[in-house]
Design a protein around this ligand. Structure first.
Ligand code: RTP
Ligand code: MG
Length: 148
């Protein structure tokens, strides 16, 4: 069982897409462990996207993520990191296929509705950046979260 960090970005929140996006992950059979509507300060945004700190779009990316509330979520499920990335679709609108979240709802590379962790390591790091780890419990009581 894996956990991942998914976040409806400010454009998705403004456009009223939270329900549509949550519905897709619920219908897939994944389990929601925590969620919060929050504004992201610059430190948290820079930490979240630290791997892109030397890219030319880094400043704009941080401006965008801090521009309005995001809906931060922790989900759990079988191979959820890879499967959720498939459900989200490619970064480029030229490559994001219909049926994926970005394919259906985004047409720019910058304002692309949703973020999803891309590896086990980034999932753990991103969850810890946005949530108090003690607030996230597996729904399966027989599988203590701190033994994973
Ligand atoms: P994310 O991290 O947000 O889930 O997106 P991703 O893995 O599909 O894409 P990534 O390469 O990690 O880029 C992170 C976010 O930066 C913005 N971006 N802008 N202007 C550009 O060329 C450019 N490239 C990337 C996008 O918002 C992308 O989601
Ligand atoms: Mg990424």
């Amino acid at each position: 069982m894996q956990r991942t960090f998914l976040m409806v970005k400010p454009d998705g929140v403004k456009r009223g897409l939270i329900g549509e996006i949550m519905k897709r992950f619920e219908q897939k059979g994944f389990t929601l462990l925590n969620a919060e509507l929050m504004t992201v300060d610059r430190a948290k945004a820079e930490n979240h996207y630290f791997e892109h700190q030397d890219k030319p779009f880094f400043g704009e990316l941080v401006n965008f993520i801090t521009s309005g509330p995001v809906f931060a979520m922790v989900w759990e499920g079988e191979n959820i990191i890879e499967v959720s990335r498939t459900m989200i679709g490619k970064t480029s609108p030229l490559e994001a296929l219909p049926g994926t979240i970005r394919g259906d709802f985004a047409c720019t590379k910058e304002e692309n509705v949703i973020h999803g962790s891309d590896s086990l390591l980034s999932a753990e790091r991103e969850i810890a950046n946005f949530f108090d780890l003690l607030s996230i419990r597996s729904r399966d009581e027989d599988y203590p979260y701190d033994e994973r």
